[in-house]
Design a protein around this ligand. Sequence first.
Ligand SMILES: Cc1cc2nc3c(=O)[nH]c(=O)nc-3n(C[C@H](O)[C@H](O)[C@H](O)COP(=O)(O)OP(=O)(O)OC[C@H]3O[C@@H](n4cnc5c(N)ncnc54)[C@H](O)[C@@H]3O)c2cc1C
Length: 411
Amino acid sequence: MRVIVVGGGIGGLTTALALHARGIEAVICEQSAQFRQLGVGINTLPHAIKVLDGLGLLDALDDVGIRTSRLIYKTAGGQDILSQQRGIDAGYDVPQFSIHRGKLQRVLVDAVMARLGPDAVRSGHRLLDFHQTDTGVSARFKTEHGEVTLQGDALIGADGIHSAVRKHYRGDEGPPRWNGILMWRGATWWPPFLDGRSMIIAGGMKAKLVLYPIFDSPDHPGETLMNWVVCAKLGNASTPLLTREDWSKPGSAEAALAHVRGVFDLPKVDVEGLIAATPQNYVYPMCDRDPLDRWTDGRVTLLGDAAHPMYPVGSNGASQAILDAVCLADLLSHQDVRPALAAYEDQRRPATSAIVTANRDGGPERVIDLVEERAPDGFDDLHDVATPEELTALVGAYQEMAGFAREQVNR
Ligand SMILES: Cc1cc2nc3c(=O)[nH]c(=O)nc-3n(C[C@H](O)[C@H](O)[C@H](O)COP(=O)(O)OP(=O)(O)OC[C@H]3O[C@@H](n4cnc5c(N)ncnc54)[C@H](O)[C@@H]3O)c2cc1C
């Protein structure tokens, strides 16, 4: 069996590795000419790390990421709402990682090259179109040397939020759905806070600040590569998109700072200094797409952001793409292509659609919205606003729904 994977992001690369581990040939076709280390920080949750550990990548991840120890939910004003241990510190068998997206992608590309051989990675291949017959799939790509056609038994569209594979079936869908929130994202070397492995999320869906360290280096003693995200609600679902969904679109420090000054107050972190010191930040609209009622057509299916783009709350974007990959590879190793792809959709579509919907409501970070709604001017005693049980239950229900409650991962 030979599988054509369209897209060399986290989802596509993990799919190729998982297929190879089960004796199935895979070729990845990525539109970019090179794998440059694009993006800033992402978080990968224990259920996804378990998959990557199963692929023998834990040491490589330790070399380039940080094992997250704690997540603290705060109000924008800096009052603590809930503090939870994460990963190994929370009793999971495997860590949660805070990591630079480009470094995670590099770990995966290197593993694909080493295990499947360099010929398995075709960069500079942009999918133009494809068609399937009873016996296989043929896909046409644009390269700098002209058009190339590849044949396979299955085609997996792991080509992100602007997926050409999805568009082939849902050309009427239009652009992603924006919720009126703009996000500025950046990372720079900065003094660590707390134990140097903790994550802070301050503020609900109207104004949110996310901070976590993603890399330590002996070249930067006393500092960590600090990732930050500032989210500001500037419109609503009917507001015209202010900027296209381009992960690499430069943003300005002044624009980000305008949504920080007088909004966030974290006494132990100089957030304004951090943003001002970041050489380049990126601006991205918070957007997703409505869950589809179908991902699969015979020998063709969707995976990762192509299948279920979701708001980046709850740290699930990359993690769910990794779970898709292992599910698909497992099923393809036991069944013919068409029943395997149908079974993959049966398992993964409802699970991820539920996360897309929950994330629209803030995901686990809903605990912050809840407290800010009930106590807009802050509180003297959190117990007057919400009980610890109520807050823990909200976060726990999200973890279970997204498949990363401790019992689900450790079993
Ligand atoms: C450049 C970039 C930077 C990002 N930065 C961040 C970040 O900082 N923080 C964050 O939370 N998330 C970021 N993301 C999104 C995050 O990586 C995904 O949400 C998550 O990892 C799921 O990944 P995926 O593999 O499904 O999709 P993606 O990571 O989007 O990967 C899709 C891949 O498909 C390729 N592709 C698209 N169309 C075609 C085509 N027609 N033919 C061939 N290849 C195609 C793209 O070039 C890309 O490499 C970024 C994505 C990209 C592409």
